[in-house]
Ligand binder design. Structure first.
Ligand SMILES: [Zn+2]
Length: 132
């Protein structure tokens, strides 16, 4: 039996007590600040993921060659992105899903800049069908 297993109960009670004390000595604002920091961190992580995705797909708009990350968007070659988004319910799930898809070699996606993406939507009348 390892030291950890032997003292498992003690450690758990200690951790519980410690958590209680921590919350008592650290007011709510600290907690919120901490939360915000964590949100910021995951936001940055998501941004990194988005960049990796764009790199995996060539890093530029397939129509006009735009390479500015700020206006590049992931486009569904055959539409249907909105339904996919609804199915996955939130942005983080969505990005993770796309990440998996693209890493496993999905050809459903391409990169378009914001301008070309809107043009494509109009050309395909995707915005009428609410298809996105
Ligand atoms: Zn473009």
């Amino acid at each position: 039996m390892t030291y950890y297993q032997k003292h498992k109960e003690e450690r758990l009670t200690y951790q519980k007590e410690y958590g209680k004390k921590y919350r008592e000595t650290h007011p709510q604002e600290d907690y919120i600040k901490h939360l915000e920091k964590r949100r910021e961190k995951s936001r940055l992580k998501n941004q990194e993921k988005r960049k990796t995705l764009l790199w995996l797909l060539g890093g530029k708009c397939v129509r006009c060659g735009e390479t500015d990350f700020r206006c590049l968007q992931l486009d569904h070659v055959n539409g249907g992105g909105h339904q996919e988004f609804l199915k996955l319910r939130n942005r983080v799930n969505y990005v993770n899903y796309q990440f998996d898809q693209i890493q496993s070699g999905s050809i459903k996606y391409q990169i378009l800049c914001a301008n070309c993406n809107w043009k494509k939507k109009y050309e395909n009348k995707e915005h009428y069908k609410g298809k996105y």
